[in-house]
Design a protein around this ligand. Structure first.
Ligand SMILES: [Zn+2]
Ligand SMILES: [Zn+2]
Length: 674
């Protein structure tokens, strides 16, 4: 007999060889029908090393923690005491199992239609699954459509996924005889001589695979074959050109549809496309990749962001500073960047007096300003802020629009304070971060607290220091009632940190703001202040960035708003459309009046049809278009078209200005009056 512990803590004694499906059936047949896969953890061996390769790689493939926990087929005989979880469709792991099973269904369909195809491997991914295959003739779109149609047939056949084990030698011989060079490679790579290997069969199809799978092909209910891309076998261009066929699968058609709707939304919001369409920024091949050119309209938005940020910093007791872009290599040795961050920095430039390096971070600059004059406890906290340009090396080919670049601007600040001041400072940083997110239109955010792992030697500083710092961060988050996730071992080597991830309109998370403790740099630079006791002490240092990178934040803003910025951020706030030549003079008067009220206006004075002008402003996502004809000229009014709302009829120019000003004052994302 073996013991099975269920999530509610109850323990059942069952014969060895009982399956998870048996357990589910003994609870209820409905549960048995709903369950997708099982997760088990050896009961007696929570600490048993699961360093054996298979468990580790399986764990990494399915995202389970390496606590000996693993996913198994519902039909797998249980052979030891385990904690058992029956995973239904609401579980992320179940979805991966469905997707990987869909990859088998796709391989089945491919081989039935194109028997000459050789198979590589077919894992699940975050967005679906793929299968790497080799066939001399590349697959066409028509082939993909045929494969998808044939998959439906395999699903209808309701073939059971059956696990069989056989000797490694037999597997290797059989696959070699079939010319399945990739399977031979994977068996040799992932199994040891003398081991049994596992194969999964459905119908006439057999695949070398660790599993697990859903019970049968009919459980792959909603899927789509999406695209094909070329790749060399083992990434070597001397090898065969493989084809990676991508697909996705969900539990049901509704989820599948929602997924494609979402992909369309994401595509429509792509900041690289909108950046071009709205003429916000460019990246110029002649200048190099990962370097951003801000065009006038993007520049205006950036200025608005930066003005707000600088004003807020000053209001919140920061002092604005500026520091050089290149500094002596010796200084980067003192700061430790040369040693710990060197591979992200650009190589040294040799000048006549010394070697210099481009700055990847602003911290040492702020430290040198702090150090330039003696400090007493009365001077603290010292808060230096800078919109500092930094340069970090990213491999060519890894850059992505505004999100991953080689040169960017951090809204960086460093706070130097006494240990007694730290909690207030952290609390103020979090308030500030919340204010940034709210002001720029994000409702939701997630907080992560990264702490150390006392067993990991990379972390410097005593347990007392770490516990104290983590204690302060926790205390502040708790006092504010902010929920957070603690991530042990994820801190920087020099101190714990709080990361704030914002959630955009599509529910995507973006890591932007960070608040970070540091006791490394104050020690390296011998920072001091004279305490109340007359003795010299080392200040605590906090790094914090709220936009994070201005470039990246801008990219996120573009996607969040799909380029339809709130009035206060819109580069052109109002478009003016005179109906004909004779209304041009009146339009000029309205323009002057709006500009005098501080509103950014563009007048389309071209000799074009009214509708063409309106269309142009609409494409540019201008918040308001004001149309002026005979009636408006005679009554000192304008006819208002509001972005996303359409025609709103006429108001006087003064009324419009009042409305615009109130929207600007509140930084509202809405365009209708409150
Ligand atoms: Zn498989
Ligand atoms: Zn810093």
């Amino acid at each position: 007999m073996i013991r099975i512990q269920l999530p509610d803590g109850s323990v059942r004694e069952v014969p060895r060889g009982t399956t998870a499906l048996d357990v589910a059936n003994s609870i209820s047949p409905r549960l048995a029908a709903a369950v997708v896969v099982a997760r088990i953890r050896p009961l007696t061996a929570t600490e048993t090393a699961t360093t054996d390769d298979e468990a580790a790689s399986e764990a990494s493939m399915y995202g389970a923690a390496t606590t000996g926990e693993r996913l198994v087929d519902l039909t797998a005989p249980l052979t030891e005491d385990v904690a058992l979880e029956l995973l239904k469709e609401n579980d992320e792991s179940s979805l991966r199992v469905v997707r990987h099973s869909a990859a088998h269904v796709m391989a089945t369909a491919i081989l039935e239609l194109f028997p000459e195809t050789k198979l590589g491997h077919g894992p699940a991914t975050d967005a679906g699954f793929f299968y790497d295959v080799y066939r001399e003739t590349p697959f066409s779109d028509a082939d993909l459509a045929a494969i998808e149609a044939h998959m439906a047939e395999v699903v209808t056949r309701d073939e059971k996924f059956v696990r069989v084990e056989e000797s490694r030698d037999k597997g290797l011989t059989d696959y070699a005889a079939q010319g399945e060079f990739m399977k031979v490679h994977f068996i040799e790579k992932f199994t040891q001589p003398g081991e049994e290997i596992s194969l999964y069969k459905n119908g006439n199809f057999t695949d070398f695979c660790r599993g697990p799978h859903v019970p049968s092909t009919s459980r792959v209910k909603a899927f789509k074959v999406m695209s094909v891309a070329g790749a060399y076998w083992l990434g070597d261009e001397k090898n065969q050109q493989l084809q990676r066929i991508y697909g996705t699968a969900f539990f049901n058609a509704k989820d599948l549809d929602a997924h494609f709707k979402r992909l369309e939304e994401i595509k429509a919001r792509d900041h690289r496309v909108l950046g071009k369409q709205l003429d916000l920024y460019s990246i110029q091949e002649v200048a190099g990749s990962g370097l951003i050119f801000w065009h006038p309209k993007g520049g205006l938005i950036r200025k608005t962001m930066e003005d707000w940020m600088r004003n807020e910093c000053i209001r919140r007791g920061y002092e604005m500073v500026y520091t050089p872009h290149i500094m002596r290599r010796e200084m980067w040795k003192i700061s430790g960047h040369e040693e710990n961050y060197g591979e992200n920095m650009y190589p040294a430039m040799e000048l006549d007096d010394a070697e210099y390096r481009l700055k990847p971070m602003n911290c040492p600059g702020h430290i040198l300003i702090y150090k330039n004059s003696p400090k007493s406890y009365r001077d603290l906290p010292v808060r230096y802020a800078e919109l500092g340009n930094v340069y970090r090396y990213e491999r060519s080919g890894t850059m992505h629009g505004l999100l991953r670049v080689r040169g960017f601007t951090q809204d960086d600040a460093h706070i130097f304070c006494t240990p007694q001041q730290i909690e207030d400072e952290i609390a103020a940083c979090i308030d500030f971060a919340e204010s940034v997110l709210k002001t720029f239109g994000f409702e939701e955010f997630k907080v992560e607290l990264s702490t150390w792992d006392p067993k990991d030697k990379k972390f410097i500083g005593s347990a007392e220091k770490w516990d104290g710092a983590v204690g302060s961060l926790t205390k502040v988050l708790d006092a504010k009632g902010i929920p957070y996730k603690t991530i042990p071992g994820e801190a920087a080597f020099y101190g714990p940190k709080i990361d704030i991830k914002l959630v955009d309109v599509l529910g995507r998370m973006w890591q932007l703001s960070t608040v970070q403790f540091d006791w490394n740099l104050p020690a390296r630079f011998d920072l001091e202040y004279k305490g109340e006791d007359g003795e010299m002490h080392q200040p605590v240092m906090v790094h914090r960035a709220l936009f994070g990178s201005v470039e990246r934040f801008f990219g996120v803003l573009i996607e969040h708003y799909a380029g339809a910025f709130p009035l206060w951020l819109a580069p052109v706030q109002v478009g003016l459309v005179p109906i004909s030549e004779k209304h041009l003079e009146y339009a000029e008067q309205v323009k002057a009046k709006l500009e005098a009220a501080g509103i950014r206006v563009e007048l389309d004075a071209r000799n074009e049809k009214m509708n063409a002008k309106i269309r142009e402003f609409t494409l540019q996502k201008v918040p308001f278009v004001l149309i002026m004809g005979d009636k408006e000229s005679a009554t000192d009014s304008v006819s208002v078209r509001t972005r996303g709302k359409g025609d709103e009829g006429s108001v006087t120019v003064d009324e419009f200005i009042t409305r615009a000003n109130s929207l600007l004052a509140s930084k509202s994302a809405e365009l209708l009056p409150a």
